[in-house]
Design a protein around this ligand. Structure first.
Ligand SMILES: Cc1cc2nc3c(=O)[nH]c(=O)nc-3n(C[C@H](O)[C@H](O)[C@H](O)COP(=O)(O)O)c2cc1C
Ligand code: SF4
Length: 689
C-alpha cells in the first residue's frame, strides 16, 4: 500500500499536448550501446516502462551528420533509415503507459566529426571542445547555415514523430548542445542578430521551437534542456542569466528541463555531491514560468522527492542514475515497498560505459544493459534448476549478490562470512572519505536476504576445504575477495620491487583495518582508480604530510571515466597534497622512495617515514584451489560444482563483483553452451553492393 505522503508523486501532469501519468521522469542518459546496440538499449528502456516511470527519454540523438561526437556512441537520426530502431525503442518505452521522449542534439562546438569528416559548424568559430582536445576547429554558422539548421531540426522532429515519440527534448545543457552555445556569451561571440544581447542569443531557440510547433506541436510536447549555471562566471550562461532567460521566455517550451551545470556537476558522484545538490540553483525558477519544471539530483529518497514537489521547487522528479540502479523505483514507491529500493550509490560506473564506448554497467543493478543481451530482468530471476542448495563462501559484493539472487531463484543458500559483518570490502571502503553511500551495495542485499527464509548466514566462518567437503552442499561458490599487495607489483613492476625492510609499508587493507602511518607519507599509486586519492585525502585529514606519486599523467587516472578526476585533483591540491605525476617508483629505500620519470628515467628521491602501496590485489583463492585439488572427493561429498567469482577470481571494481555474483546465480544448473557466445548482439546490416 502506498504511503499517502507520496500520493503527490503520482499526480498526472500535462506536458503540452500530452499527459504524464505521474511525476517520475527519466531524464536522458546514454548507455554505451546507442546506435551500435539498438535492441539492448530498447529493452533497457522497456524495463523502465514496466517499472512505472511516467516519462522515459532516450540519450542524446544526433540530428545531422554535420555534427557527430564519434568516438562516443549515442543515437543517430540522420536519415529515414534510422527510424525503425528508434521506433523499436519508443514502442518499448510506451509498453506500460509511459510517455516516450527523444533528446535531439546538434553538438556544434562539441562535435569533431571524426566519422563523417564534415567541417564542424558552430555558433562562433573556435576549437572543438571535447574530452579529447581534438586538434580540429569549427567554422561559424552563416545565415544560410542557420536556415539549414532550423530545417534539420524540423526534419528531426518529423522523423521523431514518425518513430513514435511523444516528447522532444532540445539539448542545450552540460555545454554540449547548440542551444547552450547560442545562449552563452562564451561560445556565442556573434555580432549579428543572433549574438550580443540575451534577446538576440535566445533568437535561435525561439525560432527552432516555433518551427517545431508548426511541424509537430499538435501532438508532441517540446521540452528544452538547459544547464542552471555554466560555471565559468559571468562570461558564461550563469544562473542569474538563466533566470532572466526563463522569465523573458516564460512559455517557450512545454517543459523546462533543468540540468545542473557541466556534466561533471550534473552527474556529480556521491564522493563530491549529495542528493538534491541542485536545489539552490533551481529554487524560485518555478515562479518565473507557467510551464512545468523537471530537475535532477540523484534522487532516491521518496521524502526528498515529495518535498521537491510540495515546496513548488519541481514538478517532475528527474532521474538518470537512480533509474539505472533501480528501474522499478516508481513501482516500489507506489506499492509501499520503500525498503526494496535499490539505491544508486553515486559511483558513476554507469558513465564509464559511455566514456569507454563499451556498454554500460551498474554497480547496484547488474542487469543493466543485459535485459536483451542476456534476458536478465532486474526484479525477476529465472526458474530454479534441478539442484537444491548452494554454499556461498564470502559475503562481499559478489557473494552477497550471488546469495540474494540464488535465494530469489528458490535455492537454499548458506552464506559463510569469515568476519562478523556482511559486505566484505564494501564494509571497509564505506568508511573512507566520500564513500559512505557505497555501503548501499551491502545494505540493500543484507536487507533482502534477511527477508528470505531460504538463506542462512554464518559469521566467524572462515571455511577451509576440509570443512566444505564435510558439509555436503551441492554447489560451492567461492567469493573470498582479494587483498592489496604490499610488494608494488602492478603495471610498472611485474615482479616485486626492491624494498628496504626498514621502511614501514602499508597497504590500503592495513589502513582500512586501522593500522595507519604517520608523519611524512608517500603513496605510490599504480592502481589509478579511486583508492590512491581517497587514502591521500584520509591521511592528509589525519595530519600526515602526503605525497602521491603515480606513473600516470593524471591523478587517479581512470576516474576520468567516472567524471571525478578533476574534482579529485582539485580537492587534493587544495588540501596541500603533493601530487607527482608521470613518475614511478623503482626502489623503496630505508628513508626514501627512489622515483623515475616515466619519460626520461631521471631519478629523484622522496624522503618519507612510510610508504602506502596502492598497486594491485592478490586473489584470496586458497580454498578454491584446495578444493580443486581434491576434485576426486567431490562426488562422495555430494558436490556437483565449485566455482570462484568476483575479486577472488580476478580483482576489479565493485560493479564487476556484483555482476559476477548475479551471473553465477543466473547460470547455476543452466545448460552448457559450449563455445557459443553467452550474450546476444547485433551486427551491422550488410549493403547489397
Ligand atoms: C550514464 C549517463 C549518461 C548521460 N547521458 C546524458 C545524455 O545523453 N543527455 C543528457 O542531457 N544528459 C545525460 N546525462 C545526465 C543526466 O540526464 C542527468 O542530468 C544527471 O545524471 C543528473 O541526474 P541523476 O542525478 O538522476 O543521475 C547522463 C547521465 C548518466 C549517468
Ligand atoms: S553505476 Fe553507480 S552511479 Fe551509476 S546508477 Fe549504478 S550505482 Fe548509480
Amino acid at each position: 500500500m502506498r504511503d499517502p505522503r507520496y500520493d503527490i508523486l503520482f499526480e498526472q501532469v500535462n506536458i503540452g499536448p500530452v499527459t504524464s501519468k505521474n511525476r517520475f521522469y527519466q531524464v536522458p542518459h546514454c548507455n554505451g550501446g546507442g546506435y551500435r546496440d539498438p535492441s539492448a538499449a530498447a529493452a533497457m528502456r522497456g524495463i523502465k516502462s514496466q517499472g512505472g516511470w511516467g516519462v522515459i527519454f532516450t540519450e542524446q540523438c544526433e540530428i545531422h551528420h554535420t555534427s557527430e561526437i564519434t568516438p562516443f556512441i549515442e543515437l543517430r537520426l540522420w536519415e529515414d533509415k534510422d527510424i525503425p530502431q528508434l521506433r523499436k525503442m519508443s514502442d518499448k518505452m510506451k509498453e506500460h503507459g509511459s510517455l516516450a521522449g527523444i533528446q535531439l542534439a546538434y553538438s556544434g562546438i562539441n562535435g569533431p566529426n571524426l566519422y563523417s569528416k564534415e567541417v564542424p559548424i558552430a555558433v562562433s568559430a573556435m576549437p572543438i571542445r571535447t574530452f579529447t582536445n581534438d586538434p580540429v576547429q569549427a567554422r561559424s554558422l552563416d545565415k544560410s547555415d542557420i536556415r539549414d539548421l532550423r530545417r534539420w531540426f524540423v526534419n528531426a522532429a518529423k522523423r521523431s514523430k514518425e518513430a513514435g515519440f511523444d516528447l522532444i527534448c532540445l539539448y542545450g545543457a552540460h555545454g554540449f548542445g547548440i542551444f547552450q552555445h547560442f545562449l552563452s556569451r562564451a561560445t556565442n561571440q556573434r555580432s549579428d542578430e543572433y549574438g550580443g544581447s540575451l534577446e538576440n542569443r535566445a533568437r535561435f531557440v525561439n525560432e527552432v521551437i516555433a518551427d517545431m510547433r508548426d511541424a509537430v506541436g499538435d501532438t508532441m510536447g517540446i521540452t528544452l534542456r538547459v544547464s542552471l549555471d555554466e560555471t565559468i562566471g559571468d562570461l558564461g550562461f550563469s544562473n542569474a542569466e538563466v533566470r532572466d532567460f526563463i522569465e523573458m521566455n516564460r512559455d517557450l517550451p512545454d517543459l523546462w528541463d533543468l540540468a545542473q551545470g557541466t556534466w561533471e556537476d550534473c552527474s556529480g558522484p556521491s564522493r563530491f555531491k549529495e542528493e538534491g545538490a541542485q536545489e539552490q540553483l533551481v529554487r524560485g525558477i518555478h515562479e518565473l514560468t507557467g510551464k512545468p519544471i523537471v530537475g535532477v539530483g540523484r534522487f532516491t529518497s521518496p521524502d526528498v522527492m515529495a518535498r521537491m514537489i510540495r515546496t513548488g521547487t519541481l514538478d517532475f522528479i528527474g532521474c538518470a542514475r537512480p533509474s539505472i540502479a533501480d528501474p522499478f523505483l516508481p513501482k516500489k514507491i507506489e506499492e509501499g515497498r520503500i525498503e526494496d529500493i535499490r539505491e544508486c550509490i553515486g559511483c558513476n560506473i554507469c558513465i564509464t560505459g559511455d566514456m569507454t564506448m563499451s556498454i554500460s554497467r551498474c554497480t547496484q543493478n547488474p542487469t543493466f544493459m543485459e535485459e536483451w543481451r542476456k534476458g536478465w530482468h532486474p526484479e525477476q530471476m529465472n526458474a530454479k534448476g534441478e539442484s537444491s542448495n548452494v554454499l556461498v563462501v564470502g559475503s562481499g559484493p559478489a557473494g552477497l549478490e550471488a546469495a540474494r539472487a540464488l535465494s530469489e531463484r528458490g535455492y537454499d543458500v548458506a552464506l559463510a562470512e569469515a568476519r562478523t559483518v556482511l559486505g566484505g570490502r564494501v564494509t571497509r571502503e564505506r568508511l573512507l572519505p566520500g564513500l559512505a553511500e557505497w555501503g548501499r551495495v551491502a545494505d540493500y542485499r543484507t536487507y533482502q536476504i534477511s527477508q528470505k527464509a531460504n538463506v542462512e548466514t554464518y559469521f566467524n566462518s572462515a571455511l577451509d576445504a576440509n570443512i566444505i567437503l564435510e558439509f555436503g552442499f551441492e554447489h560451492i561458490c567461492i567469493a573470498t575477495g582479494a587483498k592489496w599487495r604490499a610488494d608494488g607489483v602492478s603495471r610498472q613492476h611485474v615482479v616485486p620491487m626492491p624494498i628496504d625492510g626498514a621502511m614501514p609499508i602499508y597497504t590500503p587493507d592495513d589502513i582500512m583495518e586501522g593500522r595507519k602511518p604517520s608523519g611524512n607519507v608517500v603513496i605510490y599509486d599504480d592502481d589509478h582508480y579511486y583508492m590512491g586519492g581517497v587514502l591521500a585525502e584520509l591521511l592528509a585529514n589525519e595530519g600526515c604530510t602526503v605525497t602521491i606519486i603515480t606513473p600516470a599523467a593524471y591523478l587517479s587516472e581512470w576516474t576520468v571515466n567516472t567524471l571525478e578526476q578533476h574534482a579529485i585533483h582539485k580537492k587534493l591540491a587544495q588540501m596541500g597534497v603533493n601530487i607527482v605525476l608521470n613518475r614511478g617508483a623503482t626502489q623503496i629505500a630505508k628513508s626514501h622512495v627512489v622515483s623515475n620519470c616515466v619519460y626520461t628515467g631521471m631519478m629523484q628521491e622522496f624522503g618519507c617515514d612510510a610508504v602506502v602501496m596502492v598497486a594491485s590485489k592478490a586473489e584470496n583463492n586458497t580454498v578454491y584451489h584446495d578444493l580443486k585439488a581434491r576434485e576426486d572427493e567431490w562426488a562422495d561429498a555430494g558436490i556437483k560444482s565449485v566455482k570462484i567469482i568476483g575479486d577472488a577470481n580476478a580483482p576489479s571494481p565493485i560493479a564487476w563483483a556484483t555482476y559476477a555474483g548475479h551471473r553465477y546465480a543466473r547460470e547455476l544448473d543452466g545448460d552448457d553452451i559450449g563455445d557459443a557466445l553467452p550474450f546476444r548482439r547485433e551486427i551491422t546490416e550488410l549493403a547489397m553492393d
